[in-house]
Design a protein around this ligand. Structure first.
Ligand code: IMP
Length: 438
């Protein structure tokens, strides 16, 4: 009954795609449990680079059933475009299953997201969303007026609900000063077309996931974004509208807490953040610039340059606790090569006091000044290193320092984008190995 959760410990973009890819061979099912097409990961298939926003990267493996769970919000246009793109590259998408309970991101959600951000930007208060309509779609879900994947199968049965939703959202667009409007007839027609195309993929995914666990198959639950963007645990209001934390994998994936046997946290050797919000260790100097360039820190979804900073261990301790992390994968250690001295934030000074606990308020965090511990850097490239013992002594000390602050073992260290550029430390990946069908 093994289920493993992969969760980002920072502000997203920790390299969870590589982690999933590394573990994929051992699993029978990969489940996306929250977020929407605001997420993005780049996957390499042979010589080709694919950018996926909704479809789990497990789709590249013929033995894996890829699942979009009930906690995800799905823009059907994006999903169909991704399926077409994958098919055009010869990748079989027949094994993708999308929960009938997953809510739809409709065109007016995108328009509202952008109109609201434009209005907030006027007050200097924009969240810096990806503009994909994710927040407004989750708001309709919580308000119990949203439409779901299952509704695509019989849109005429929900005509009245479509009408009420379109009326409300058109009124909201008018309030926000937008000229965009939709008609219930157009949305109904679009839903019929989406349903015709997506019908083979729509399923009760919770039954599928539970069936897989009953058979003893290994299920990987793949989080998007990261703990510090979590609606409950992040720097509200500069957060996404879902629950990237491990608890979100239970509600959004359709499993119970006792069915989880491992929670693998993923973090980078430094910090990045996209969009607005407090970021105490942000680097606005040449060091930040060079880390961003070497680390290719540009958003997969929006192309925006990510903000870069030193590693912050204050939210790390919090993230390890709220996710009950059992082990950690540390990514992009190689990007720090060539920096003479590294800073690691171990506490904050807030209003003249030393604070070691993550503040729950963005306003308080905005006043935090980082207290750093310095680590001697290493100048040589480390892409070719495959064992911890072969890392430069200073790099080893940095990894050990991070591990001590996290309080859980760092079991995998990535020193390059390739699957082989990974250092495995005393770790038995996946305590239960399923028999993978040939
Ligand atoms: P939204 O999820 O588009 O509503 O954006 C809310 C916040 O989450 C913004 O700061 C975005 O930049 C951030 N965000 C959303 N998805 C990602 C992601 O995949 N990586 C990093 N940041 C993200």
């Amino acid at each position: 009954m093994p289920a493993t959760i992969i969760v980002g410990l920072q502000w997203g973009d920790e390299g969870k795609g590589k982690t999933t890819d590394l573990l994929a061979e051992q699993v029978a099912m990969v489940v996306r449990y929250q977020g929407g097409d605001n997420a993005g990961h780049t996957v390499v298939s042979g010589d080709e680079v694919l950018k996926l926003h909704l479809v789990p990267s497990g789709i590249l493996y013929s033995h894996i059933v890829s699942v979009i769970g009930p906690g995800v919000v799905v823009n059907p246009t994006t999903l169909i475009a991704e399926l077409d793109m994958l098919a055009s590259r010869g990748i079989d998408t027949a094994r993708l299953r999308v929960s009938a309970s997953a809510h739809l991101v409709l065109p007016f959600h995108v328009a509202i997201d952008r109109a609201r951000e434009a209005r907030l930007a006027g007050d200097g208060a924009a969240v810096g969303t990806t503009g994909r309509g994710v927040g407004p779609a989750y708001a309709d879900r919580a308000s119990r007026i949203g439409l779901r994947m299952g509704d695509l199968l019989e849109p005429t049965a929900v005509t009245a609900r479509i009408g009420r939703l379109v009326d409300e959202r058109n009124a909201e667009l008018a309030r926000l000063g937008s000229d965009e409007r939709w008609s219930a007839a157009d949305i109904g027609e679009a839903m019929t077309a989406w349903g015709a195309r997506l019908r083979p993929h729509i399923a009760d995914t919770t039954a599928l996931v539970q069936g897989a666990l009953r058979r003893g198959d290994h299920v990987l639950l793949e989080g998007a974004q990261g703990t510090l963007l979590d609606l409950d645990h992040g720097t509200y209001p500069y957060v996404t509208s879902s629950s990237p934390v491990a608890g979100g994998a239970c509600t959004g994936g359709g499993i119970g807490p006792l069915q989880v046997d491992e929670v693998l946290g993923v973090m980078k050797a430094y910090a990045t953040r996209v969009g607005a919000g407090p970021f105490p260790t942000e680097l606005t100097d040449g060091i930040g610039e060079s880390i961003a360039e070497r680390g290719k820190e540009y958003g997969t979804t929006t192309g925006r340059r990510r903000r870069v900073g030193w590693f912050d261990a204050v939210p790390l301790r919090y993230a390890v606790a709220v996710n009950s992390i059992s082990s950690i994968m540390l990514n992009k250690l190689d990007i720090l090569s060539g920096i003479e001295s590294l800073e690691l934030c171990v506490a904050y000074e807030i209003d003249g006091r030393r604070i070691a606990d993550w503040p729950s308020s963005a306003e308080v965090l905005a006043r935090a000044r980082p207290i750093y511990e310095s680590f001697e850097g290493w100048l040589e490239p480390i892409h070719g290193v495959r064992t911890l013992a072969d890392l430069p002594e200073t790099a080893r000390r940095y990894v050990t320092g991070l591990e001590e602050l996290a309080g859980v073992p760092i079991v995998l260290v990535s020193v390059g984008p390739e699957r082989t550029q990974t250092i495995e430390r005393a770790w038995r990946p996946m305590r239960h190995r399923p028999a993978i069908p040939a």
